[in-house]
Write a protein that binds this ligand. Sequence first.
Ligand SMILES: Nc1ncnc2c1ncn2[C@@H]1O[C@H](COP(=O)(O)OP(=O)(O)OP(=O)(O)O)[C@@H](O)[C@H]1O
Length: 307
Amino acid sequence: MTHIVRTKQLTRAYRGKEVVSNVNLNIKQGEIYGMLGPNGAGKTTVMKMITNLVKPTAGEIEIFGERLTDTSFQLLARMGTIIERPIFYEKLTARENLELHCEYMGYHNKKSIDEAFELVNLKGIEKKAVKEFSLGMKQRLGIARAITTKPELLILDEPINGLDPIGIKELRDLFKMLCKHYGITILISSHILGEVELIADTIAVMNDGKLLQEVSMDHVAKQTAEYIEITTNESSKAAFVLEKHLHISNVRITDEGQIRIYDCPIPQSELMKVLVLQDVAIEAVHKKKGSLEDYFLSILNGGGIVA
Ligand SMILES: Nc1ncnc2c1ncn2[C@@H]1O[C@H](COP(=O)(O)OP(=O)(O)OP(=O)(O)O)[C@@H](O)[C@H]1O
C-alpha cells in the first residue's frame, strides 16, 4: 500500500506545552482521510506542520515517500491547501486571484483555472470582485484555488464551515469526485462526525493533541453493524448452544453479560426456539444497531469497542 503522507511521532509544543503529541498518521494514496476531533484537538497544527507552515518540535513527516524539510518546495508544489480561512485579495476578481496564485506557484496552464471554476460551480461569476462573495462562495473559491495547480494531495482544514446544507452536499460530492476521477488524495479536518463519516475512507480521531485512533470506515461499519442482543444470566451456556447447535460464532458477551450476535444467519424466532429447547433462560431479546456516535464517543472517552 502506497502512503502519500506518513507522520512519525509528530510533536509540536508552544512555550513548553505540547499541543500535538507523538502523532502517527498513515494516509494512503487515493483515499479521503478525515481528521476528527473537538476544537483545540490539534488538527490545524498537524496540517500546518504537513504544509511546512509550522515546524515540528519533534518527529518526522514523509510526503510522497520523501522526508519533508525546510526546502521541500517540490513536494509542497504537489499539494493544494486551505488551512484555516482562505485569504484573498478582496478587490481583485476571483479569476485574478487564481491567476496570481498560478503565477506564484509557477504553474502555467491557465486552462486549469476555467476547469477549477467549473468544478466548484463558480463559472460565470469569476469576474466578480471577491469582496462581493458570500462565505460559501469564498470557501468554494478557496477549493478552486487549491485545485487549479492539479495537486496530488489536497489538505482542507474545516472546508465546510459556515456552509448551508446544499453547499455542504455540493462540496462533499466534489471531494468524492476529485478523489475518484482525478485520483487526488484528500486530507480533511472537521469537528463534526456527521461530515466526516459521509466521505472519509479512514478516520483519525484526535483529542488534546493526541491521536486516539486511526481506523478505516469499513472497520467502523462492522463495529456499528446490526446485532441481536439476548439478555440472560446464562450467557456462557447460551454462547455454547449457539455455537454447537446453530454454528453461530460471531458472538460477543458484553460486560453486563448480554450476548450480542452479529450477522445472525437465521430468523430471530428460530434462534429463540433453539435456546429455549436447550433450557437457556432468556429475559429479553432485542434487535439493535450500534451507533457511530457511540463508537466515537467511546474512543474519545478512552474506551474503545471490542469486536
Ligand atoms: N501559535 C500558537 N501559539 C500557542 N498555542 C497555539 C498556537 N497555535 C495553536 N495553539 C494551541 O494549540 C492547540 C491546538 O490548536 P489547533 O488549532 O491545532 O486545534 P484544532 O483541532 O485545529 O482546533 P480548531 O478547529 O479550533 O482550530 C489549541 O489549544 C491552541 O490554542
